[in-house]
Design a binder for this molecule. Structure first.
Ligand code: ADP
Ligand code: MG
Length: 328
């Protein structure tokens, strides 16, 4: 009966209607970049009005810059810098206190693999500067004095340090938190589809025009090669690796994620990717699992509610949590 032209026309109209219905009306897209927290941040957003998108992205960047001022150890007035230079107790903003609480939870649950009190260790290695160096055992011992998951006592907005010399560093969690806040600003502006990428800390708002976002996970050793692709919506996906910020001496790679037990770059992993509801948790968990390595790291991610992950061990073996959906 489909040979009869009126049926054919009806069918074509139906198909056209379905196709029209599938393509959302708001097809404007805007992508901008900015340098924040020492990282190139890209925000891509979809909406129905270029001007609205532009304003929302500007506001999201401004929010991330506000957090850099609050959380960077390089800003003398930041909560983190004030905490580091204090003798003992400092009052911080409620926002900083909340982030410290989250970091401390990851620190405790990871047996101290995640540690926000490694500031002195980080300064010694100076990996992210033009003059990185290998510290002596003695220097490291001094820098590790007093650190650990209980080195900061958080009581409301009062934070007390274990020892006066303790240096706080939120490099393992602040970028993720800033990504979460950028997404919150975009959401508040009425945007329903956006991606924020802060150098591998990615936050996704909604999906990408009716389809999941496709997030390629970089191979930690073969530049330009993907390990896998994840299809995600409304999720954060964060990767910590030893391949972006490092220096080599006598054939040894020294990178920026430290094992708090030794003060040396952590040696059990090449990269860890964590998928979670928020980027702050994913950021801290990726750093923690990186330090722990395949066994304990995978267990940390399996045990954490609503979190999945992928870990490349030091020998290149790829491990993943049981619920991770890969599409490769
Ligand atoms: P990236 O900054 O490259 O995204 P991470 O999220 O893993 O990578 O953070 C690494 C940063 O975290 C370091 O530059 C340092 O500031 C801090 N850091 C290093 N080792 C640890 C650790 N064991 N626990 C918490 N933070 C750490
Ligand atoms: Mg991290």
């Amino acid at each position: 009966m489909f040979a009869r032209p009126q049926w054919l026309i009806l069918l074509l109209v139906l198909i056209a209607g379905l196709v029209w219905w599938r393509v959302p009306a708001d097809t404007q897209q805007l992508s901008r970049t900015a340098l924040i927290m020492g990282t190139l941040v890209e925000i891509r957003a979809f909406g129905d009005d270029q001007q609205q998108l532009n304003q929302a992205i500007s506001d999201a960047f401004a929010e991330m810059t506000r957090l850099e001022d609050l959380l960077s150890s390089h800003r003398p007035d930041s909560d983190v810098a004030r905490l580091s230079s204090a003798e003992k107790t400092v009052k911080v903003s409620a926002e900083t206190a909340k982030l410290l609480q989250l970091g401390q939870q990851v620190a405790l649950r990871s047996g101290g693999a995640f540690d926000m009190t490694l500031g002195a260790v980080k300064q010694l290695w100076a990996i992210e500067t033009d003059h990185p160096q290998i510290p002596t055992a003695e220097q490291l011992q001094t820098a590790l004095h007093g650190i650990g998951p209980r080195a900061l006592q958080i009581d409301g907005t009062q934070v007390t340090k274990s020892v006066p010399a303790l240096q706080v560093d939120l490099g393992g969690i602040a970028k993720g938190y800033a990504v979460d806040r950028a997404l919150a600003v975009l959401r508040r502006a009425g945007i329903r589809s956006a991606a924020v990428n802060a150098g591998g800390d990615i936050g996704l708002l909604g999906d990408r025009q009716g389809q999941p976002w496709r997030i390629g996970i970089q191979h930690p050793r073969n530049k330009g090669q993907l390990l896998t692709t994840l299809r995600l919506a409304d999720r954060a996906v964060v990767t910590s690796g030893d391949y972006e910020r490092f220096f080599e001496r006598d054939g040894v790679r020294y990178h920026h994620i430290f094992d708090p037990h030794s003060g040396q770059p952590a040696r059990r992993s090449q990269s860890v990717t964590v998928v979670a509801a928020d980027a702050a948790s994913a950021d801290a968990l990726a750093t923690a699992a990186f330090v722990l390595g395949p066994r304990a790291g995978l267990k940390l991610l399996e045990d954490w509610p609503a979190v999945e992950g992928l870990l490349v061990a030091a020998d290149g073996t790829v491990y993943q949590t049981s619920g991770l959906q890969r599409s490769d």
